[in-house]
Write a protein that binds this ligand. Sequence first.
Ligand SMILES: Cc1cc2nc3c(=O)[nH]c(=O)nc-3n(C[C@H](O)[C@H](O)[C@H](O)COP(=O)(O)OP(=O)(O)OC[C@H]3O[C@@H](n4cnc5c(N)ncnc54)[C@H](O)[C@@H]3O)c2cc1C
Length: 493
Amino acid sequence: MIDTDVLIVGLGPVGATLANLLGLQGFRVLAVERDTTVYPLPRAAHFDAEIMRVWQGLGILNEAMAVSRRAPAYEFRNAKGEVLLRYDLDEVIVASGFAPAWMFNQPDLERALRSKLVDYPSVETRIGVRFEGFEPTDGDAVLATITDATRKPEAVKARYVVGCDGASSAVRKALNIAHFDYDFDEPWLVIDAQVKRPEAVPTLNLQICDPKRPTTCVLMGPGRHRWEFMIRPGEDPQHFLEDRTIAELLTPWVREGDVVIDRKAVYRFHGLVAKEWRRGRVILAGDAAHQTPPFAGQGMCSGIRDAVNIAWKLGHVLRGEARDTLLDTYQSEREPHVRAVTETAIAMGRVVCTADPEAAAQRDAFMLAERAKGATPVPPAEPKPGPGVFMPTFPAAAIFPQGTVDEARLDDVLGRGAWLIARRATDIAGIKNRHIARIESLDSAALTPFAKKLDALLKNYDGDAVLVRPDRYVFGAGASHALSTAYSAAVQT
Ligand SMILES: Cc1cc2nc3c(=O)[nH]c(=O)nc-3n(C[C@H](O)[C@H](O)[C@H](O)COP(=O)(O)OP(=O)(O)OC[C@H]3O[C@@H](n4cnc5c(N)ncnc54)[C@H](O)[C@@H]3O)c2cc1C
């Protein structure tokens, strides 16, 4: 029998991120992946700044930057080509310390995440190995069965199991966990292409709100482009996978030879949220726990946030620094965020997918009138996590900004784990706390270059100190000693 701290089922982006985060903490991890190759069909093309900060924390920032590029703008246009809505993203840097929107090719990033796992001797990956089910246990561990290509069953004893096994999660099914369904169900054709003539393709992201054929056209990683076409009621999805149909759909966009299609798929976009994300020692993350239509480009991003949330909490529990009730805050924090993101994506989808010409005309008139008022539209506000390991008042649950000074980034300087940052050295004198990795004042050697920015931030927070969680959300601001005590109490719930 294999004995491990954590069994991760599925090595998609969420499982691979979690395996890295647990490997960084030195835990014994067995990660099993059913498929022998990284998922080949078109999926995520966008991730946000918070996710780039996660890649930075995993030590794959250069690799992530190499396979992605900034999205300069996002436009919604009507059938006549008039701009209904435009977000300018080019010069923007958001709290996480990066541009807000990055375009990429999911398999490239999955490969970077998997390659990094060789750095962690405590992490074992088994490719071509499938989770089959659970066996009864006494409660101190989970017993699971896995099989390889020979179908010979092998038992795994794990202190925790995390099902990162995607939309049709066998882990979720084994626990018989049902979904909440947002009742959104739209079939779309998705085409990924390699670009042979860069001048031929748009240089910004586009939603074409044409009721005859709603279309998405977005950048991907360097040298790649994506088109998505809505399949209207009554149309045959199979017909859309034929080369002739694809060529016709692309005629308004490119000429022969401009691009080479390398992947195509028909998907049904929907919104689903599992009713339970944790049962005892088994946790669900990523698509296994929730699925969103891709209009906000957030499905994978949500799953990566899940992995980050689980990793630091599981870390405390596995080290004996917290009871496992801490893990209850995983769903209470993450579900409201996921629901807000999913509801935004569905709202965007309903704007884009309008197929009734009259409704589309009304929508266009409204959006054109709003645009004529001249207000600069701002992307929907970042949703906040729900209740959990947070103080009850501002600035709790905000993303802690990552300052950059002379190319040095704050996260690289302070490293992993929670931080207590205080204005003066006297504020933190005598504080020792096993739940906090760094206790620093603005005059410390590490923070001096960032002192001016952090001092302004503390003024805004109206506190002498701030406590930042390992996932870089603010726990709270106030007086150092009180923060330290309150944080440990919250972690040890
Ligand atoms: C068209 C489209 C566009 C998208 N665009 C975006 C976007 O722009 N931005 C974004 O953030 N998200 C986007 N998404 C969503 C994103 O692709 C998914 O949310 C993401 O892949 C989910 O990652 P995951 O690791 O949870 O699951 P998956 O990527 O599905 O990985 C699950 C893994 O588990 C393995 N597995 C399954 N069962 C077993 C088993 N029994 N034993 C062992 N292994 C198993 C599978 O082989 C797979 O490798 C898009 C999705 C689609 C379809």
